[in-house]
Design a protein around this ligand. Structure first.
Ligand SMILES: Cc1cc2nc3c(=O)[nH]c(=O)nc-3n(C[C@H](O)[C@H](O)[C@H](O)COP(=O)(O)OP(=O)(O)OC[C@H]3O[C@@H](n4cnc5c(N)ncnc54)[C@H](O)[C@@H]3O)c2cc1C
Length: 451
């Protein structure tokens, strides 16, 4: 059943992937939805200062694409018309894991869309404009969330570049600001507790360049990933085709192993990967523009769901709840899955004011398993490194060993490879790998060919 909060207004802070998805989720349920964005939004696909990470590759997991397609029906054709490329997560991807032969390039029928982050945003903005009751208000910064005398949310105070301020009244404020500063400031100002946090410190540095290749040297893959032999080494490399005939080339290292920003040193860094694939490919290509760096210190999960209560009308989403280590490419997918969950909750609930007051706790509780799946996958890979800051879960060693066996099994067994890819892409829960038949095959492999 669809509900309609007639006469009710919602404000979304931030027009990133979380904010645009949330606005699509709210569009069918509120009379008016205003997305407030501090940046001047470009008319097309262009980088902008509010999302500095947007100049770095953003792989969209298939589970994220599935969620976005429910929020924006027909999104696949909107993206391809705008220049995105479709890739099979098995056949078109060259995945190199040290100590293993590369994963067979099998067709797995798990499709991903390859494009830049600015292109995804531009397409989502265009699609959102189809909703007459949704307004994108750019060049406007949210200064604070405003409270009613009861302490619940009354709206947001915004400021234009000229310094003019006004209050936008709202029954629901969705904080999709990435850092979540408006929500934390609001809780602190009200003397309320802030959420407990889980933190995994990774001290990661990204270095990204853009390349093109002549027709006779175009790589035979659309995505390549060279992983490091952990825990001795952390340096990994990633290549991804994108719109306009360009390729992203990304290196990431932990601690002192930072990708350099001049071309010669960047290529030398590529030679230090565990396989020569990316270096050999780059030698035939041409670099465009600067090499850009990005530092990412820690994944951070704010447990809003553990708070006894939240002021009614406040709902954080996306990175404002959980910022995940970007190397696993999960953030946009988690934000989109959360927004879809928000829409499903609104579809299922009644339209009285009481149901709006309980929306955030139900949303936050429901988001936990979504976030946990992504968090656990990232945490397992990060905590292999002794320098990583964070607490190892009790079953860490056992899960890690199982992961190694499953990787070996996936090379031999197409069904296991497909299932592992589906889990990694957040299409299926991690528990799908607990299937007794898969566990039996893994056990047999462990006994016959111990690592
Ligand atoms: C280097 C890097 C690489 C990444 N790579 C990937 C990847 O490959 N795949 C993937 O899925 N995810 C990736 N991510 C994560 C991804 O960027 C986010 O998880 C995802 O976009 C969801 O973020 P969000 O919409 O919640 O916040 P953001 O994308 O940060 O957007 C927040 C928006 O809010 C606006 N804003 C903030 N404060 C205010 C305010 N006070 N008033 C008005 N507007 C405001 C900002 O300008 C911005 O537009 C990467 C992240 C980083 C750092």
């Amino acid at each position: 059943m669809s509900t309609w909060f007639a006469g009710r207004h919602a404000v979304v802070i931030g027009a990133g992937i979380g904010g645009l998805s949330a606005a699509a989720a709210l569009a069918g349920h509120f009379s008016k939805v205003v997305v407030v964005e501090r940046d001047k939004l470009p008319p097309g696909a262009a980088a902008r200062p509010g999302v500095p990470q947007g100049k770095h590759p953003h792989g969209l997991l298939a589970g994220g694409m599935a969620a976005l397609s429910k929020l924006f029906p027909g999104l696949a054709s909107s993206l391809t018309q705008a220049g995105a490329l479709v890739s099979d997560a098995g056949a078109d991807a060259l995945i190199e894991v040290p100590g293993l032969q590369p994963f067979p390039r099998r067709h797995l029928d798990v499709h991903t869309f390859l494009m830049s982050r600015p292109l995804i945003e531009a397409v989502l903005r265009n699609r959102l404009a189809e909703h007459e009751n949704v307004m994108l208000r750019d060049s406007t910064r949210v200064m604070e969330i405003v409270a009613r005398p009861s302490g619940d949310v009354a709206g947001v105070r915004v400021e234009s570049p000229e310094g003019e301020q006004e209050v936008l009244a709202a029954d629901l404020v969705v904080d999709a600001s990435g850092r979540g500063v408006p929500t934390l400031d609001f809780l602190k100002a009200a003397g309320r507790p802030v959420p407990q946090e889980s933190v995994v410190g990774v001290d990661l540095t990204y270095g990204t360049a853009t390349y093109s290749f002549p027709p006779d040297a175009t790589p035979d893959f659309k995505v390549a990933l060279t992983l490091a032999k952990a825990p001795e080494r952390s340096r990994c490399g990633f290549m991804m085709m994108r719109e306009g005939g360009f390729w992203y080339v990304l290196f990431a290292g932990r601690g002192e192993d930072r990708p350099p920003v001049d071309e010669e040193a960047f290529l030398a860094f590529a030679q230090g990967l565990d396989t020569p694939t990316i270096y050999d490919t780059l030698r035939k290509g041409r670099r465009h523009g600067e090499i850009l760096r990005f530092g990412f210190q820690e994944s951070r999960w704010r447990h809003f769901e553990r708070l006894e209560s939240l002021p009614a009308g406040l709902l954080p989403i996306g990175d404002a709840i959980c910022r995940l280590n970007p190397v696993y490419g999960q953030g946009m997918a988690v934000a989109a899955l959360e927004a879809l969950q928000l829409r499903d909750l609104l579809d299922a609930q009644g339209s009285d004011s009481g149901s709006l007051a309980t929306l955030a706790p139900r949303f936050l509780g429901g988001a936990v398993p979504l976030i946990e799946t992504a968090w656990k996958m990232a945490e397992l890979a990060d905590l292999v490194y002794p320098e990583t800051r964070g607490e190892k879960p009790a079953d860490f060693q056992k899960t890690l060993e199982m992961q190694v066996v499953l990787n070996r099994l996936a090379i031999q067994d197409a069904d296991v490879q497909k299932l592992m890819v589906e889990v990694r892409h957040l299409l299926k829960p991690a528990t799908a790998l607990h299937d007794p038949e898969i566990q039996r095959k893994a056990e047999a492999l462990r006994e016959h060919a111990p690592s």
